[in-house]
Design a protein around this ligand. Structure first.
Ligand SMILES: Nc1nc2c(ncn2[C@@H]2O[C@H](COP(=O)(O)OP(=O)(O)OP(=O)(O)O)[C@@H](O)[C@H]2O)c(=O)[nH]1
Ligand SMILES: [Mg+2]
Length: 505
């Protein structure tokens, strides 16, 4: 029994505290000035990101003075801010390696959220325990580990029911959260745009709603002091229940408000997308597992200067760049939010409009980290999400990235398995030429050759030829701009009236 608890993260060579150096520093104060000021959208959410833990506790006690909503959503999320954590996974199927990889990913997620991982352990079971996730014996061992390490949080590698979270908390006596809450927390820390923030908040509230009671109980216990210890105490329970009802109502109305705002923002996005569509510029979406190197590749391909970080979910807001093939054809290239195994469905829902960029693309550059121990599993998870967002029919160009760091044997396996994939290193630039060629070949061809004389008052058409087409020759005469160019069908139609006699045959 005891041996089932392995502690892979305590070895001397990799002290757990080293992780905090890479941790993302979130400066909430300067983050998003427009959220609070421009439309009153965030008016009821003062920014409390920099509050010390103790102050957050204090805030909870003056809950009656602030609005209830601040209390529940903001403060309780902030309480989620993890410091010293112990990881626990239930290993139900697959090999020991799979179980270890899963826990290593959980460790990366926890570190990305800013936590220091003290210990990790897995338990082999046919299925998670319905009461406490791990069996009761393991739960007691887990409590000993928590005591021994001074951890303040346990993170479970799965999605737990509200009841499991509460019951496990009762045993280990510290906060217990699951993988879903952890991912939501990372997204919350990384969201930059108004839309991204709203999407994440909606997902968090969806997650929080059925768990209100459980968290309330554990938090009132953690509040300690005034309550007289124990489980929150009989005296606290009555008012707590009423408060939960109020909170629930407020959360529901907040969610409705967020949905309305998101719908508006989505309309704006659709307009933008439609504009791109009518310009007939093919759209290429870069998608793939988180940390696969999508942003690096976008930078390599376009010099976009997009945030690259060795952290999970560095990119949450889609970035769209304009690019050209070597033969001059225009296309857009967009970076997207990374995927992860078991992406919480609340997030898939909330990010649906962002993810639709992928579903709407003419081509997906699916980036896989070739240096990962199990790239094929990541690839499978990503394709699963493609299915959920109806992107499975979009042509896909598989890109195996990080060849500079990948094991040659693994690369060879991948090559055999995916003969059409292109191997690149976004870091060294190796293979990028080949990728550009493959990309060009996969993009729709510009299909009309035109010779036109465009009068000077139609400079707009000339600039569209510049944007959307490829100019073979250009001259300026008294009659206007003489162009010989290849252009997309739609533009060809609009240029038709200016075709030169020679071309009219
Ligand atoms: N060795 C190596 N590292 C790479 C390569 N491409 C990217 N990386 C590193 O991988 C990490 C993640 O890169 P990103 O470009 O941020 O990955 P991403 O897919 O955009 O990640 P998210 O936006 O977080 O989902 C960074 O530390 C990069 O420096 C590569 O070709 N070789
Ligand atoms: Mg990125």
């Amino acid at each position: 029994m005891t041996t089932a608890f392995n502690h892979p993260y305590t070895d001397e060579s990799a002290p757990a505290t080293a992780v905090s150096e890479d941790a993302i520093v979130v400066d909430d104060s300067g983050l998003d000035p427009d959220l609070a000021s421009q439309d009153g959208f965030g008016d009821d959410l003062p920014d409390q990101g920099d509050l010390e833990l103790a102050e957050r506790h204090a805030l909870r006690r003056v809950a009656g003075l602030s609005t209830e909503l601040d209390d529940v959503t903001e403060v309780e999320y902030r309480r989620l801010r993890l410091e010293r954590v112990v990881l626990i996974g239930v290993w139900t199927k697959g090999t020991q390696d799979d179980a270890d990889n899963s826990l290593i990913e959980l460790k990366q997620l926890a570190e990305t959220a800013g936590a220091v991982v003290l210990e990790g352990a897995t338990q082999r079971r046919s299925k998670p325990d319905p009461a406490t996730y791990v069996g009761s014996g393991k739960a007691a061992e887990l409590r000993d580990i928590v005591d021994g390490t001074g951890a303040d949080t346990v993170i479970c590698d799965g999605e737990l029911t509200p009841g499991q979270l509460r019951q496990l908390e009762d045993v280990v006596k510290v906060k217990v959260i699951d993988r879903t809450a952890l991912i939501l927390d990372i997204f919350a820390q990384h969201a930059r745009s108004r839309e991204g923030k709203a999407q994440v908040e909606l997902a968090q509230l969806t997650y929080l709603l059925p768990r209100l009671r459980g968290w309330g109980a554990s938090l009132s216990r953690q509040g300690g002091g005034a309550g007289g210890g124990g489980n929150g105490g009989v005296g606290l329970r009555g008012p707590g229940e009423t408060k939960i009802e109020t909170d629930r109502r407020r959360i529901n109305s907040r969610m409705a408000k967020l949905r309305r705002h998101l719908a508006q923002m989505e309309t704006a996005r659709d307009v933008k997308r439609d504009r791109r569509r009518t310009r007939q510029v093919p759209a290429v979406a870069i998608a793939g597992y988180t940390n696969a190197g999508k942003s690096s590749l976008l930078n390599r391909l376009t010099g976009a200067g997009v945030l690259v970080e060795n952290a999970l979910f560095a990119t949450l807001d889609p970035t769209v760049r304009h690019a050209r093939t070597p033969d001059g054809r225009s296309f857009t290239l967009s970076d997207t939010v990374g995927f992860v195994r078991h992406l919480p469905h609340q997030l898939v829902e909330a990010f649906r409009s962002t993810l639709e960029e992928v579903a709407d693309a003419d081509l997906i550059l699916h980036v896989v980290d070739g240096s990962h121990p199990d790239p094929e599993q990541q690839l499978g998870s990503v394709r699963e999400v493609f299915g959920e967002i109806d992107a499975q029919d979009v042509p896909e160009l598989l890109v195996i990235n990080k060849t500079d760091a990948a094991d040659p044997v693994r690369l060879k396996q991948l090559r055999t398995r995916y003969p059409d994939a292109v191997e690149v290193s976004a870091r060294t630039g190796e293979g990028v030429e080949r990728l550009i060629d493959a990309l060009s070949a996969a993009l729709p061809l510009l299909d009309r050759e035109m010779r036109v004389v465009v009068p000077y008052e139609r400079g707009d058409l000339v600039s569209r030829v510049y944007d959307e087409g490829r100019i073979v020759a250009e001259d300026h005469t008294e009659a206007g701009t003489v162009l010989h160019a290849w252009v997309p069908e739609l533009l060809a139609g609009q240029l038709a009236e200016f075709t030169t006699a020679a071309d009219r045959s």
